[in-house]
Design a protein around this ligand. Structure first.
Ligand code: UD1
Length: 341
């Protein structure tokens, strides 16, 4: 019998790409989402890409303990991949209670129901934000976590701790936290991608919206950083590459290959790219000239961060493969698809 994955928040940007890769790897997937920050566009895209017209979808809120409990009663679930959560850094500073309540409550309910129903495999979507401004680059999983600079970042740290402590306390439970660097791009089919509501906070959606004419001009936040060209450096990881890492992590859990019952992996390319280099790569990849200007630094941004992905390369057997130009061309194809071009 095929193993069944529950993807919470599976209608969103990362969740939809992960759903595609899980199905293509031969797993059954149950997608659950409350659609609070997305619509059914990506879920429909997943069905098209995979040819699964009957892909199951449950509209529900993991903050509701009874609903979560019912989901696990109604379905046999072998592993949970937990994405459901709010993710806007700025909003989390303005509405901390909303963020703590949503991101912690939903994860607590998932862990509680999973263990009560004998589902022992939990994969949590964490973030490189837990490292803050690292002392050493590239950053390894051993680097100390820094005090979070936003409630959003704090919920990532707290959920990691909740998973670590739960795994320690409840026998039969295993957990993996994947720390994503900057996920960008879209599926090469242009059927799924990022769908920010309102003005995008993240760089690549802002770039593609500027290129298509929805925004006048990209502001590059800061060109006086102590980096080679003065703009911030990040580890931009292709969304399909990142999604594939989840398949390797799930396999490791299900095949009993974990060395510890709680493991952490950086998911990045290991290659730094500056904001300006990314803009240039976008222009090269698409042939579109981007209207941009330099603007003051954005509060809370770290100067530079990129991954040491050696542990994921070695233990998961996973490696980022896609060239940034291909990633950006895919993001552009998705933006054009949205515009009906
Ligand atoms: C942010 C979050 C991270 C989260 C990630 C999700 C923090 C500090 N950052 O990462 O936790 O996981 O989003 O996608 O918590 N930029 C511009 N102009 C723009 C937008 C961005 O110059 O219009 C620059 C930023 O200053 C930054 C880089 O582009 O240097 C990347 O920004 P962004 O895409 O927002 O990601 P991060 O802030 O790195």
């Amino acid at each position: 019998m095929k193993k069944q994955m529950l993807v919470s928040g599976g209608a969103g940007f990362i969740g939809s790409h992960v759903t595609v890769e899980l199905i293509e790897a031969g797993y059954d997937v149950l997608v659950a989402d409350n659609l609070s920050n997305c619509d059914m566009t990506c879920f429909e895209g997943v069905k098209q890409i995979t040819g699964r017209e009957n892909l199951p979808f449950v509209q529900m809120d993991f903050c509701d303990a009874a609903e979560t409990e019912r989901l696990f009663t109604d379905h046999r679930i072998d592993a949970v991949i937990h994405f459901a959560g709010f993710k806007a850094v700025g909003e989390s500073v303005e509405e901390p209670v909303k963020y703590y309540r949503n991101n912690l409550e939903s994860f607590l309910n998932v862990i509680e129901s999973a263990r009560l129903h004998g589902c022992g495999n939990i994969l949590f979507s964490s973030s490189a934000t837990v490292y803050g401004e690292p002392d050493q680059l590239p950053v390894t999983e051993e680097a100390p976590r820094q005090p979070a600079t936003s409630p959003y970042g704090n919920t990532k740290q707290m959920c990691e701790d909740i998973l670590r402590d739960s795994v320690k306390a409840y026998s039969g439970l295993r957990g993996i936290a994947l720390r994503y660097f900057n996920p960008v791009g879209a599926h090469p089919s242009a059927r799924i991608g990022e769908l920010p509501r309102g003005v995008p906070n993240n760089l690549v959606p802002f770039i593609t919206q500027t290129a298509i004419g929805k925004r006048d001009c990209l502001s590059i936040f800061g060109n006086d950083y102590p980096t080679p060209d003065g703009t911030c450096q990040r580890d931009f990881i292709d969304i399909v590459d990142l999604a594939k890492a989840h398949v390797f992590a799930i396999r490791r859990m299900l095949e009993d290959k974990m060395e510890e019952n709680y493991e952490i992996f950086n998911i990045g390319t290991g290659q730094p790219l500056s904001v300006l280099e990314l803009v240039n790569a976008f222009e090269r990849a698409t042939g579109v000239k981007l209207n941009y200007r330099f603007a003051p630094r954005r509060p809370g941004d770290v100067t530079a961060i990129w991954a040491d992905p050696a542990r994921a390369n070695r233990e998961l057997g996973w490696k980022a493969e896609r060239a940034i130009e291909d990633t950006l061309a895919a993001a552009w194809a998705w933006e054009k698809h949205l515009a009906g071009e």
